[in-house]
Design a protein around this ligand. Sequence first.
Ligand code: AMP
Length: 217
Amino acid sequence: MRIVFLGAPGSGKGTQAQRLVERHGIPQISTGDLLRAHVRDATELGRRAKAVMDAGQLVDDATILGMVRERLAEPDARGGFILDGFPRTIPQAEGLDRMLASIGQPLDAVVLFDIDPQLLVKRISGRRTCQDCGRVFNIHTAPAPSPPPCGGQCDAPRLMQRPDDKEETVAKRIGVYEAQTRPLADFYAAQGLLRSIDADAELPLVTARVESAIAPR
Ligand code: AMP
């Protein structure tokens, strides 16, 4: 199964991708996570990307396509994948099409997580990540449980806010999504791949909607 998750920052793509990984045994490929790993490891790419990411802008298409090409060549991606946060521009989508056409493995579906942009700022600015296990919580909707789940370390002092999740940057990221990424809905609708779901619901309900959106037709 080769799937793209399309949606604004905070629409729940990453959370739902993690749930599908467990159910379907295919990897989640998040370009945001790949970039953050580069930033953490202080690679050359990471040093270039950091300022762009902190400003809520998009990293250039050539860098992103190179990173995705490498990731898709890894053995775990042979049986399928969920692309989360990629593509984000039309040139990225065209590049992905070319990459997949060259190996005869086109996309099966593109799921659009539809949500009122007004809800996103609150959702994202409440997001906190455990520095130890990477688990994501939300101070408004999904606070870290007590006792903490990760060996006692997943507690308030270890919960960090991503630099680009601050309220000032979030509004900019939503603007960038509307201008550069939303047009991909039409791009994929024209290919007959787009499945739009209402993403403003409890987690299990959204998961059920995603499952029915990706079920073979
Ligand atoms: P995310 O975790 O998907 O919200 O991504 C965090 C940041 O990484 C974005 O705001 C961008 O600066 C950068 N980024 C992630 N994926 C892409 C992409 N496909 N194209 C360009 N920039 C990206």
